[in-house]
Design a protein around this ligand. Structure first.
Ligand code: CAA
Length: 380
């Protein structure tokens, strides 16, 4: 077993690290305060190839493996978790599904601009009354022959405001349960498609979250992805990979908080010595480092399983569950190590603690991950 990253993987990691330090770090506190991501930065992320890393190069993507994506996402999130989720949703939830299940025409028209970062995508699954219970879709995609008529509301949609294209999961035939659910591509410019008010959030404040509102919105039939009734399976398959992305985001947040805590603990003196020389702090650092290492092994292994064509839905749920809980623990300890300084914006760790919380909630809460894992282990 070889745990050493290949030269190519190291290069990707290094270029994402440099990008995060030079481009993302300077304005990260202001973006959090203003709840706004800089569109110029997003464009640069596209130019760096971060928005469609695993997409077929024939459709504008990087043609890279999942591990490359995880390494880049971890480095981006280590500095700016909002940039991390913008990138993660576009790559894992939007580009992945189009790349895997879209037609050539859909890929030419929609995937290319999404993969190059020219356009941004969002993923419309959650609803006011269908979050964890994702089969209870109330949004309707009524079959009208040559088009679907969409009516309903999607909630908690990352990139809801700034995206150009949405993948919308909606019920066509209620009598068929989850087999009556479809997924369609809806352009923001379609009449009857609008977005709700931007949510005022605890963390990942620079990424926008809104509802998507559909009132008699016509979506052409050719915008349905895959066969009739594939929408729920599409969502589940997409989310299995998405969870690796959120796990990488959580890992990056934890690493960023640990880096800050380690540095601070060597500089800050109390009782005549650096605080890292007090056992209470040293033991906290030991626990943080151990948890991060264990999380990293789970995340990289799940990426490796996906790249190897194995079933990765159990491992991605484990990686997301563990890494998100590690992110919460490590960021909380990082604030504790900083004392009062940890409670103010300037030292970054309070933002990381706020950012970490969402990783235990979106793309399946920790409780949903435990359902997925327990069903999987019990089926063996
Ligand atoms: N791959 C392929 N198919 C899958 C699958 C997977 N990983 N998981 C389930 N399925 C299939 C099942 O095989 C089943 O199909 P059959 O009937 O043909 O066998 C079908 O999907 C239904 O599965 P279940 O019976 O297991 O469905 P359930 O109602 O019990 O729910 C669940 C399962 C795991 C709880 C699911 O509802 C779930 O994952 N819920 C959480 C949803 C979620 O993660 N939401 C996040 C929103 S997106 C987001 O946060 C994006 C963002 O903006 C950041």
């Amino acid at each position: 077993m070889n745990f050493k990253l290949s030269e190519e993987h190291q290069m990707i990691q290094q270029s994402a690290r440099e990008f995060a330090q030079t481009e993302l770090l300077p304005g990260v506190i202001e973006r959090d305060i203003n709840s706004k991501f800089d569109p110029v930065l997003r464009k640069k992320m596209g130019e760096m190839g971060f928005m469609g890393m695993m997409v077929d190069p024939a459709y504008g993507g990087g043609g890279m493996d999942t591990l490359s994506y995880v390494l880049a996402l971890e480095e981006i999130s280590r500095v700016d978790a909002s940039a991390g989720v913008i990138m993660s949703v576009n790559n894992s939830l939007v580009c992945y599904g189009l790349n895997a299940f879209g037609t050539h025409e859909q890929k030419e028209k929609y995937l290319k601009p999404l993969a190059t970062g020219e356009k941004l995508g969002c993923f419309g699954l959650s609803e006011p009354e269908a979050g964890s219970d994702a089969t209870s879709q109330k949004t309707i995609a009524e079959d009208k022959g040559d088009h679907y008529l969409i009516n309903g509301t999607k909630n908690w949609i990352t990139n809801g405001e700034t995206s150009d294209i949405a993948l919308v999961i909606a019920q066509t035939d209620k009598s068929k349960g989850h087999k009556g659910i479809n997924v369609v591509i809806a352009e923001k410019s379609y009449p009857g498609f609008s977005t709700g008010v931007k949510e005022d959030k605890l963390g990942i404040r620079a990424s926008d979250t809104t509802s998507l509102l559909f009132t008699d919105c016509k979506v052409p039939k050719e915008n349905r992805i895959a066969e009739d009734g594939f929408g729920f399976k599409f969502a589940m398959k997409t989310l299995a990979g998405g969870r690796i992305g959120i796990a990488a985001q959580a890992l990056g947040i934890a690493q960023g908080a640990y880096d800050a805590a380690l540095k601070y603990s060597k500089e800050r003196q109390t009782f005549g010595k650096p605080i890292c020389e007090h056992q209470a702090i040293a033991f906290m650092l030991a626990d943080m480092a151990t948890q991060i290492k264990a999380a990293r092994l789970l995340v990289y292994q799940s990426a490796w399983e996906k790249d190897g064509g194995m079933d990765y839905s159990e491992s991605s749920a484990m990686a997301k569950l563990f890494a998100s809980e590690v992110a919460m623990k490590v960021t909380t300890q990082a604030v504790q190590i900083h004392g009062g300084y940890g409670y103010v914006r300037e030292y970054h760790v309070e933002r990381m603690m706020r950012d970490a919380k969402i990783t235990e909630i979106y793309e399946g809460t920790s409780e949903i991950q435990r359902i997925v894992i327990s069903r999987s282990v019990l089926s063996k």
